[in-house]
Write a protein that binds this ligand. Structure first.
Ligand SMILES: [Zn+2]
Length: 96
């Protein structure tokens, strides 16, 4: 799978897990939906394109302050849980 597409999938999943556990919403709440569409948009415009690393290892911080704080929290919360939900996917991601 292409890197951007893969990262989008992981990101979507992370935000979904976060929202379900933290905001108790079945689907994405307003705030998380906005964060997701922002994040996906940043990926579409990532200047590293298909050569990029995962966003949290990226040297250029393209997120604005507010969303950067939010996405960090999402990753910190959902990262460990993602391993539980999708072990194979995460392990592949870490090795790639
Ligand atoms: Zn939410």
């Amino acid at each position: 799978m292409r890197k951007i597409a893969k990262e989008k999938r992981i990101l979507t999943l992370m935000i979904k897990i976060y929202c379900r556990k933290k905001h108790r919403s079945q689907d994405l709440c307003e705030e998380c939906r906005a964060l997701l569409s922002y994040a996906l948009n940043r990926l579409d415009h990532c200047r590293y394109g298909e050569n990029k690393g995962f966003c949290n290892h990226c040297p250029s911080h393209c997120y604005n302050k507010v969303n950067q704080t939010k996405i960090r929290e999402v990753m910190r919360f959902s990262g460990p849980r993602l391993i539980f939900y999708h072990p194979v996917m995460v392990i592949r991601h870490l090795l790639s």
